[in-house]
Design a protein around this ligand. Structure first.
Ligand code: ZN
Length: 285
């Protein structure tokens, strides 16, 4: 599900030969905003960190862009880049999991659905784990779990705060119970971080669902979300079928969750860095 469709504006009805050339010229340069349905120049959107300049709708960004947004000078050091899933179940769906992983690693340049980064946020050294939604839906498996655990250990060792940016479809089904066990493992790790009196700021972005919502994404000292982000455990259709009721308007969106006490704040993307910096100052200094 993407908020923006990669489509060129509809070519006017002209002779077929011109239609073809028009398509080539405009393809990929323009996007239609799902919020205001207006056509936006792709470059305008990108320079605004994928926030629609006309209506403020937030569309997704990848982990690399996220870190550039949050960390000073967009500069950071990556940790644990060599961790790889061992495919413990030798899982096969439409294709073998091992093959799926190799393909994803090639297309994203990442070893799994997360970048574990260390950098400065408004001058303060922080450990930031940013999930990559393009890597098997940003799903959480053993590697994501281990990356977060190691980030927690670095925080405790160096007295640094932890920031996790979630963008995830939940636990990775190809790793079955191993993936579900990460929920307990990370939760236990976060308890140790809490005992060390170090803050954990959770940032929920579109989408944060399943086992990620049910564990670390909701365990922050501060749980922040971007506007309009889909946040939930099960999908709305499953819930409607189970409780046999129509769900209210805006159900499972950030603003609804804030209103019902599930979040501490909804923070626009362009204000996020400053918000986190201020929060860390009041929590740590
Ligand atoms: Zn818009």
């Amino acid at each position: 599900m993407s908020w923006f469709k990669k489509e060129a504006p509809k070519p006017e009805k002209v002779a077929p030969i011109n239609e073809a050339t028009k398509k080539i010229r405009t393809e990929g340069l323009w996007l239609k905003c799902d919020g205001c349905r207006q056509i936006i120049w792709k470059k305008d959107l990108e320079t605004n960190w994928n926030v629609c300049p006309k209506c403020g709708t937030h569309s997704r960004i990848d982990a690399v862009t996220r870190l550039k947004l949050l960390l000073d000078e967009g500069d950071y050091q990556r940790h644990d880049t060599t961790l790889r899933s061992s495919d413990p179940l030798a899982f096969v769906d439409s294709k073998p999991y091992s093959e799926r992983l190799t393909g994803m690693q090639a297309s994203t340049g990442l070893s799994d659905a997360m970048i574990a980064a260390e950098g400065r946020l408004d001058g303060r050294t922080v450990q930031v784990c940013a999930m990559e939604p393009k890597f098997i839906g940003g799903s959480m498996g053993s590697v994501v779990g281990e990356m977060i655990m190691r980030a927690i250990e670095r925080c405790i060792e160096n007295g640094q705060p932890l920031v996790i940016v979630s963008a995830s479809g939940g636990a990775r089904m190809q790793e079955g119970a191993v993936s579900l066990m990460q929920m307990a493992k990370i939760s236990a790790g976060l308890m140790r971080l809490d005992e060390a009196r170090l803050p954990f700021i959770s940032i929920l972005t579109d989408p944060t669902t399943g086992g990620v919502t049910a564990s670390y994404a909701m365990l922050g000292d501060l749980n922040l979300a971007e506007p309009g982000a889909l946040i939930g455990f099960a999908g709305p259709r499953v819930i409607e079928q189970t409780i046999r009721q129509k769900l209210p308007e805006g159900f499972q969106r950030s603003e609804f969750l804030l209103k019902h006490g599930m979040l501490d704040a909804v923070v626009p993307r362009l204000e996020l860095k400053q918000y986190v910096a201020t929060a860390l100052r009041s929590l740590m200094d």
